[in-house]
Design a protein. Structure first.
Length: 295
């Protein structure tokens, strides 16, 4: 069984006849020249994507990811994705990789061939990167100014801060800058000093019994992992809260994590060079929950 599979998807409109779904995508050789050179995804990063974890054959949180895909598409004024089609492609792709181990399933929906009247799409599954050390030993992070004030998402919706777009070059540059500064990852801050998110993750901090994350209105992507963790903690009777956090607040947290779909929960052991307390028991519990089957 291959551990890397790719599918080319012909995105269908909402309401397409169900019998068209199965024929609307096909498996292709990973790395084959399937993307047209005049597609707006490579030229403009003009499209949206999702990354889902597959753990021991189970695709995690399909519906929250598809809901966010639809929301990202709406924010970008892309045609509404046919979620039945994407559900089916996800199922078919997950069936093609081994039923044991962790995999990352990326799906992308591009505005399509220039001038962008016909969307294009693809799904690519690869073995999950090895996040064991990040989960167990933790990560060092540095804060990096995103250059926009808190709430930019609402004041300037054209920045698409709440959408998961294919324009991730700045996020990748932030991770490179973090590494140049001797850290593993970054936490973006607003120009007025609020904690936002990591370049590919959400921030969760624990203050005593309160679990806190910055509100999506701060101008960030609403993380599916953060939502899943909050639902889990809430069901256990813990206090969870969306609240603005300054960098000083984060420094005073009893523990903090970067969380995302494939990495799960990585405890922050160092913030801007200063040690952070690590809650090993909560980290182990969070990752045990996150690695179990979730819908
Ligand atoms: N924020 C950003 C900018 C991200 O790119 C991601 C995931 O890649 C997240 C937050 C976390 O989202 P999720 O938990 O859905 O993976």
């Amino acid at each position: 069984m291959p551990d890397t599979v790719s599918f080319l998807v012909d995105p269908l409109p909402v309401g397409a006849t169900p019998e068209f779904l199965e024929a609307s995508f096909r498996e292709i050789e990973p790395g084959s020249g399937a993307l047209a050179v005049n597609d707006l995804a490579p030229h403009r990063g003009d499209g949206v994507f999702e990354t889902l974890a597959i753990v021991d054959g189970h695709v995690q949180e399909v519906e929250p990811h598809l809901a966010r895909l639809a929301n990202s598409a709406q924010l970008c004024e892309l045609p509404e994705p046919n979620l039945d089609q994407w559900r089916l492609v996800i199922t078919r792709a997950a069936e093609r990789v081994p039923g044991q181990g962790e995999f990352a399933l990326k799906l992308a929906l591009s505005r399509g061939i220039d001038p962008g009247t016909t969307p294009t799409g693809w799904v690519h599954v690869t073995p999950g990167a090895d996040f064991r050390a990040a989960r167990e030993e933790g990560i060092r992070v540095v804060t990096l100014d995103r250059g926009v004030a808190r709430g930019a998402g609402e004041r300037a919706p054209w920045l698409l801060l709440g959408a998961k777009t294919l324009s991730y070059a700045a996020n990748m540059a932030a991770i490179r800058e973090a590494k140049r500064r001797g850290a593993d990852d970054a936490v973006f801050t607003s120009s007025d000093g609020y904690v936002l998110e990591g370049p590919t993750s959400s921030v969760i901090a624990r203050f005593g019994d309160d679990w806190v994350t910055p509100p999506p209105a701060a101008g960030i992507l609403h993380g599916t992992t953060q939502r899943s963790i909050f639902a889990h903690l809430h069901a256990q009777g813990r206090t969870v809260e969306y609240r603005d956090l300054t960098v000083d607040d984060l420094r005073r947290a009893d523990a903090a994590w970067l969380v995302s779909s494939v990495r799960m929960a990585a405890p922050i052991v160092e913030l801007d060079g200063a040690p952070m307390p690590v809650d090993h028991a909560a980290t182990a519990q969070l990752n045990a929950y996150l690695l179990g089957p979730r819908d």
